[in-house]
Every structure is written in structure tokens, then in C-alpha cells.
Write a protein that binds this ligand. Structure first.
Ligand code: R5P
Length: 292
């Protein structure tokens, strides 16, 4: 039975203090529901509004690509430095410790391997399984201009419907086919389509000319993929330029896990994304950490 002996009669209701109602800081996300915002806060650090996503989902069409042959050996040591991990449910269940409490962005489309037409993807996960895995977002590849453009966009819109039902954001991943020109015009088209059709945030590639027009015309946050492995300083410059031109973070894979010193590299990327270091300063951090 509840104890009634020591009930306090006086209370302070702070009647003169207006209740705070702070806007949610992420671009275009203020009208989302609480659960959606909470999940996005597991991806984008609330203190900076930015993210270092570690992308290790490449095996879903590439198999054991370089650097991901043994995720237990090479990737687990990187987890303490990642705000968010992007991976498949197979790797999540088999290899990632459930004590990882930051955001997981679940690769949710798939089908063709590198041997076939990559745009011919299907949705590759049930929403119930995504909920069971407690993921922070669902990621789906969108092939604007690709052979199966409509099908991949339909995958996005179906996942958005499923995600909205349960408060799970969707990351639209713009996949640029070999026949496509990687320029700002294409990126504006592809990212805007993803946002218009309901993606909570969008992943795209950095382009050296006009990237600020891509981030400006997309009403939700943009993160950049790292792309193929380049020298560390070059990758750091790309991350820096993208952030300066409006990106809300990186979703970087090969330029971290194929680096000569992946642990040093992911920390150097974090210095740019969250601390505003220049590429040169971050490269010094990389070299120092690499030396150990
Ligand atoms: C493509 O395989 C995936 O969506 C990757 O997550 C994405 O390309 C980012 O990885 P990377 O930095 O290696 O391009």
C-alpha cells in the first residue's frame, strides 16, 4: 500500500516559467514524430547535428570485399568511434555485439549481385524484423536513371510507408550507375526525388563543383558516401569540403576500412565532422594515431 503519512502539501509549479519547446535541429525534420526524432538522434549527434556513419554493408552485393573479409577482426575495433553503423541484418546478428547501443542503419534492399544488373533490387527485410533488431533507420538504394528506376523508387516509397507506421526513418541511398554523369545536376535530381518521396535523409556522392546546390535543394539532411579508396588526405579533404558545403556527415566505408590505419582514419574523419578540423589538422591526427 502506498505510504500516505508524509504527503507534502506545498509544490512549486513554476507558473512563471514558460515551458520550453525547442525546435528539432535536423534540417526538415521538425514535424516528425517523437520516435522518429529519437531514432534520428541515434544517428546524428545531438551536440553537433552531424554523423560519422561507418558503412560496412558492401557484402550485400559484393561478398567479402577487401577490408570486410573478417568483420569480427577488422571492424569491431572501429565501433567505439562510429556514431552509427550501416550494415545488413546478417552481419548484425552474426557479428555485431548487441551491446553496441548507437544507431544501426539497416541495409533493407538487395537482390542482384555484382554479376547482374544492380538496379533490379527488391525490399530485403520485413518491417517486423527491423523493429525486432531495434534499428535506427532503414536504408534503400535508389537508382535514378537506372534500368529499374521505378522499381527502386517504389522500394523507397514502400519502406517509407512501413517506417512511418512505426517511427523508423528511411535513408535514401542514391546509386549512380556507370552510365550516369556524376555531377551536381544529377545529384540534385536524385537527392531531391528521394526527399520528395519521403526519405528522412539522403546519402549521395560528393561532387567537386556545385555540391552546395545539392545540399541547398534537398530539404532533408545529406550525408556523403566515401566512394572508392583514395589517399587518406584526399578522403579527409572530401569530407571537409562536403561538411563546409552543407552535408550533415559522412557514411564512409572503403576510405575507412581499407585505410592503412582504419582506427586512426575513422577518428580523423570524426575530427572534421564534429570538431571542424581542417583536412591538414585531421591528417596530422591520423598520422599521430597511426604511429600509435
Ligand atoms: C554501397 O555499397 C553502400 O551503400 C555503401 O554503404 C556506400 O557506398 C558507402 O560506402 P563507401 O564509402 O565505401 O562508398
Amino acid at each position: 500500500m502506498a505510504d500516505k503519512d508524509d504527503l507534502q502539501e506545498s509544490h512549486n509549479y513554476y507558473v512563471d516559467v514558460p515551458m520550453k519547446g525547442e525546435p528539432f535541429q535536423l534540417r526538415g525534420s521538425n514535424s516528425l514524430d517523437w520516435g522518429m526524432k529519437n531514432r534520428l538522434s541515434k544517428i546524428f549527434r545531438p551536440e553537433t547535428g552531424r554523423t560519422v556513419m561507418l558503412a560496412i554493408d558492401h557484402g550485400y552485393f559484393l561478398g567479402p570485399t577487401r577490408g570486410l573479409e573478417r568483420i569480427d577482426v577488422t571492424i569491431l575495433p572501429l565501433l567505439p568511434y562510429a556514431d552509427t553503423l550501416m550494415c545488413t541484418r546478417g552481419i548484425l546478428r552474426s557479428t555485431i555485439p548487441p551491446t553496441f547501443t548507437r544507431g544501426v542503419v539497416l541495409r533493407s534492399s538487395g537482390g542482384p549481385s555484382i554479376l547482374k544488373e544492380l538496379s533490379n533490387e527488391e525490399i530485403a527485410v520485413d518491417i517486423e524484423d527491423a523493429i525486432r533488431l531495434n534499428v535506427a533507420a532503414l536504408a534503400v538504394q535508389v537508382f535514378v536513371g537506372g534500368e529499374y528506376e521505378t522499381k527502386s523508387i517504389h522500394n523507397l516509397t514502400r519502406l517509407v510507408d512501413m517506417g512511418n507506421r512505426y517511427g523508423i526513418p528511411v535513408l535514401g541511398v542514391t546509386a549512380v550507375g556507370r552510365e550516369m554523369v556524376r555531377d551536381a545536376k544529377y545529384m540534385r535530381l536524385a537527392t531531391r526525388i528521394c526527399a520528395e518521396l519521403g526519405a528522412s535523409y539522403v546519402k549521395t556522392y560528393y561532387v567537386s563543383e556545385g555540391f552546395e546546390t545539392v545540399t541547398a535543394s534537398c530539404p532533408v539532411p545529406i550525408v556523403i558516401a566515401g566512394g572508392k579508396k583514395v589517399p587518406e588526405l584526399e578522403a579527409l579533404k572530401m569530407a571537409y569540403n562536403a561538411i563546409q558545403q552543407g552535408a550533415a556527415g559522412v557514411d564512409m566505408g572503403r576510405n575507412i576500412f581499407q585505410s592503412e590505419a582504419p582506427e586512426a582514419m575513422i577518428q580523423a574523419v570524426g575530427k572534421i565532422v564534429h570538431e571542424g578540423m581542417t583536412p591538414e589538422e585531421a591528417y596530422e591526427v591520423y598520422k599521430t594515431l597511426k604511429r600509435g
